[in-house]
Design a protein around this ligand. Structure first.
Ligand code: SAM
Ligand code: DTB
Ligand code: SF4
Length: 330
């Protein structure tokens, strides 16, 4: 079943068969794929910053920032470039090699705000960090501008299966998401594309999402696996937490299907035990978001994360050397 080279040719039946295997066989295979493609005891530490918070016109059922939901939130206008770069410097000092800037926009509009984001990207790249943005939908021209500013990756999630999508979001559709991913690819920017588990989707929806992700061409460079953070005031505030072994199963399948990708444990780690996180690392997860806040919801404290990595003998991926920084900035 496992294909040894990166391949986009898994069928839905292949993914279903993989997903249905005994969990420990799956984790064992995922660990082997992980070790063949990455340094097994290394974790990429990333930091997130919400550069524009709240007031979003999309109706994503999970999101604290949607105008359609009633979450309690301090809305904020687009941050100033210097303030963002100050946060990026702090993130670098505390060991992050990637800085991700998120804006609660349904799509990017040309103009001063977008130009400001391009300046932020340039500043972060000049610091020798990978710069990532998530700004909603993007045109081809905007993708090229971000590439010119030095952007490493663009985060744009498919979130769930095509079949379940309209139960979660109605103001846009799956093809809108895929179109932005195409624009990102055309500009030569890596895609960071994954989903959320625990939205109320079925096992078949999770299989379908993993199948779609692995068939993106090129495959995503990074696959964020978010566990729903139920936010009060959203339609999903009372969702039951997904069974933790289902979460691990998805991580293992993602690792096997996308051997070269960074599999990124994103939202939801605060309520996941350290043992389950360790099993996820075994199953091939090799990146986490650090810092006490994600975009608007809390994340484990820095000491807890670094403590866990130390206990497990995992080292944070080293910051770029001077030489590598120049290559990143070039
Ligand atoms: N507005 C942009 C967009 O939707 O593409 C970027 C920001 S959005 C907050 C980034 C991602 O965060 C979403 O695609 C979703 O996967 C994830 N996310 C948002 N709220 C979440 C929650 N409550 N629990 C888990 N993941 C969440
Ligand atoms: C992603 O997939 N997860 C991150 C990042 N990409 C931008 C965001 C998680 C947000 C969780 C909810 C919040 O903090 O508002
Ligand atoms: Fe807006 Fe993004 Fe939140 Fe959806 S997930 S409401 S697009 S900020």
């Amino acid at each position: 079943m496992t294909k040894t080279v990166e391949t986009n040719s898994y069928t839905l039946d292949d993914v279903r068969a993989l997903y249905s295997r005994p969990l420990l066989d799956l984790v064992y295979e995922a660990a082997s794929v992980h070790r063949a493609n990455h340094r097994a005891n290394e974790m990429q530490m990333c930091t997130l910053l919400s550069i524009k918070t709240g007031g979003c016109t999309e109706d994503c059922g999970y999101c604290s920032q949607s105008l359609h939901n009633d979450a309690e939130l301090d809305k904020e206008l687009l941050m100033k470039v210097d303030d963002v770069l100050e946060q990026a410097r702090k993130a670098k000092e505390s060991g992050s090699t990637r800085f991700c800037m998120g804006a609660a926009w349904p799509k990017v509009l040309d103009g001063r705000a977008f130009d400001r984001v391009c300046d932020m990207v340039k500043g972060v790249t000049d610091m020798g960090m990978e710069a990532c943005c998530t700004l909603g939908m993007l045109t081809e021209d905007q993708a090229f501008k971000l590439k010119e500013a030095g952007l490493t990756a663009y985060n744009h999630n498919l979130d769930t299966s095509r079949e379940f999508y309209d139960k979660v979001i109605t103001t846009r559709n799956y093809d809108d998401r895929l179109d932005t991913l195409k624009n990102v690819a055309k500009a030569g920017i890596s895609a960071c594309c994954g989903g959320i588990l625990g939205l109320g989707e079925s096992e078949e929806d999770r299989i379908s999402l993993l199948h779609t992700l692995s068939n993106l061409d090129p495959q995503p460079e990074s696959v964020p696996i978010n566990m729903l953070v139920p936010v009060k005031g959203t339609p999903m505030e009372n969702n039951k937490m997904l069974d933790i072994f289902e979460w691990i199963r998805c991580i293992a399948v993602a690792r096997i299907l996308m051997p070269k990708a960074m599999v990124r444990l994103s939202a939801g780690r605060l309520t996941i035990s350290k043992e389950a996180q360790a099993m996820a690392f075994m199953a091939g997860a090799n990146a986490i978001f650090t810092g006490e806040k994600l975009l608007t919801t809390p994340n484990p404290e820095k000491d807890a994360d670094y403590g866990l990595l130390e206990e497990l003998g995992i080292t944070p991926r080293a910051p770029f050397t001077e030489e590598e920084s120049k290559e990143v900035a070039a």
